[in-house]
Design a protein around this ligand. Structure first.
Ligand code: ADP
Length: 263
């Protein structure tokens, strides 16, 4: 039996095909961008992705969608919230997780879970880009560093600067001013990562920090943020396997449960 999970986020859409509720047979990340085009692009990509795997929509028993664009994705059988889907996905991938940190493009969420994988409580960032992937994208653009190289630059830092503004607009001016003083990109970027970790840890302190702490979301691919979080918390952080896909994996697992209800 095949099921599909889709996560339509603020910057990208993630699609998973799951076989028999256990085996991931295909996954893609599609840059669907912000705005209303996300669900339309995700629908077209989901169909072409199926055909690349020699499947059609008729082969898929159920489709569950999550993410902020979920209400406009017409081919889904059900919509489920991101908190629920990320928690389901992490519980499947790392059952020992007790604190989940999801840092996406627009939202950052800290979730505490019990040993049954049930959500105990969660906190999200307020309506502000600080501590999100968007903040990091803006800083990467000013520093002219590709997203996938941010970890590498961070590693080469010798003396991270302090970035005192959490507001993206003010932090942008601060970074430009540091650049004009001749401070290296590496040291500025490490400061940006430290400031992000500081903001994100505010959410973690509110949920309480029980180990294992598992990081997911697109920003989990940035080793600089992982370094800064570990330094701030003085604890080890586990990066989820397929960190950007955990919401879609959770959605595909829920789709499998839905399909079994109908048997
Ligand atoms: P959303 O679901 O809101 O679209 P994601 O969980 O996909 O968000 O995360 C998007 C964020 O992940 C981007 O804003 C960016 O900061 C970060 N990101 C994406 N790809 C990479 C990469 N290769 N290396 C480092 N960071 C990345």
């Amino acid at each position: 039996m095949y099921t599909m999970g889709v996560d339509i986020g603020s910057t990208s859409s993630k699609i998973i095909i799951l076989e028999d509720g256990i085996k991931i047979i295909g996954n893609i990340v599609v840059q669907s961008g912000t705005g209303t085009s996300g669900p339309t692009i995700a629908t077209a990509k989901a169909k072409s992705f199926l055909s690349n795997n020699n499947l059609t929509l008729d082969d898929i028993s159920k489709i569950v969608v999550t993410g902020y664009g979920r209400f406009s994705f017409d081919i889904a059988d059900k919509q489920i919230s991101e908190i629920t889907c990320h928690t389901k996905g992490i519980n499947f991938l790392v059952p020992e997780a007790r604190t989940i940190l999801d840092i996406g493009g627009q939202d950052t969420k800290a979730i505490s879970v019990n040993d049954k994988g049930q959500v105990l409580q969660f906190f999200m960032n307020d309506k502000c880009a600080a501590g999100t992937g968007r903040f990091l994208e803006v800083m990467a653009k000013i520093l002219e560093i590709p997203l996938e190289k941010m970890g590498e630059y961070d590693r080469l830092s010798t003396n991270p600067v302090a970035i005192s503004s959490t507001c993206t607009v003010f932090a942008e001016s601060e970074v430009i001013s540091q650049l004009s003083k001749g401070i290296s990109k590496e040291n500025i970027l490490a400061g940006v990562h430290n400031s992000t970790a500081n903001k994100v840890c505010g959410l973690l302190y509110r949920t309480g920090i029980k180990e294992k702490i598992v990081l997911c979301g697109g920003v989990a691919q940035n080793q600089g943020v992982v370094r800064a979080l570990q330094e701030e918390l003085k604890k080890e952080i586990t990066i989820a396997p397929h960190p950007q896909m955990t919401g879609a994996i959770g959605a595909a697992l829920f789709a499998y449960e839905e399909a079994n209800k109908n048997l």
